[in-house]
Design a protein around this ligand. Structure first.
Ligand SMILES: [Zn+2]
Length: 261
């Protein structure tokens, strides 16, 4: 919130401007936050439009981000993520351990102060790329395998189909298999693209209903294990939001906001 331009203007206002807690509360209405988030959304939608060779202005941001093909590759952890999860992805909003922020690493002194106070760097799309060139063909193949058109299929369409896919290029054992095939839903298939990136011919195929029925119990078991290990990881590495002490304007504002909302 400290990065919302209207809020920043208050923090950086000259000393003769009277600023009270009420001033901040009024400046922090949901519409402001929504507008700030809309900027990020448009930035991501533009990336998708550019990759697909479409005019960003001709489509609402949400329409582009809803496309099944609208994945973003995080060059830092080398994983694919989607909107809106990408807004909370850890590489785009990096944790900044107390005392670790170096002034030289920040072009903007205000963002440096925010990172010091909140222990997080400002969200940035610097390490994000829309579907990588080398994955575009395979990504389209995943959507086509379900019978949908990659140009218009949305993630919701794909989820509703609830199809299961297999690709003979993924070596065993990379995931749980059923009857000798690696079977997965479309989201898992996208997350597996890095495994087949160097393969010459990639063909995703939708499996039969019987094969899906055999695969689902294995999938549920794997999901349960994943959730358990995720829970264990989270309990040991969660970063609590703490507005640390100190007297910089950003810290005072953030402490005040924290009490207000
Ligand atoms: Zn990442």
């Amino acid at each position: 919130m400290a990065l919302i331009p209207e809020l920043r203007a208050l923090v950086e206002a000259s000393n003769d401007v009277e600023i009270t807690r009420r001033t901040f509360r009024d400046a922090c209405v949901p519409a402001l936050i929504e507008r700030y988030q809309a900027g990020r959304k448009a930035e991501l939608a533009n990336m998708v439009a550019e990759r697909l060779g479409r005019q960003a202005d001709a489509h609402p941001s949400q329409e582009l981000l809803d496309l099944a093909i609208a994945w973003f590759h995080c060059n830092q952890c080398r994983k694919y993520v989607r909107y809106p999860g990408v807004l909370a992805h850890r590489c785009q909003r990096q944790y900044c351990a107390p005392g670790s922020a170096q002034r030289d690493d920040f072009d903007d002194p205000y963002e440096y102060d925010v990172a010091n106070a909140s222990m997080f760097r400002a969200w940035s799309a610097k390490t994000l790329r829309p579907v990588l060139d080398e994955d575009l063909r395979a990504m389209r193949s995943i959507i086509q395998a379900t019978g949908l058109d990659p140009e218009s299929a949305t993630a919701r369409h794909m989820d509703d189909l609830d199809a299961r896919l297999t690709c003979n290029e993924i070596p065993v054992p990379w995931a749980r298999k059923s009857e000798g095939k690696l079977i997965m839903n479309w989201r898992r298939a996208v997350l597996s693209l890095h495994i087949i990136r160097d393969c010459e011919t990639v063909r995703w195929v939708r499996v039969s209903g019987d094969e899906k029925r055999r695969a689902v119990p294995l999938e549920e078991k794997a999901q349960l294990q994943r959730r358990r290990s995720q829970k264990a990881r989270n309990s040991s590495s969660v970063h609590c939001v703490t507005i640390r002490g100190g007297s910089s304007p950003v810290r005072m504002v953030m402490r005040s906001l924290w009490r207000t909302i």
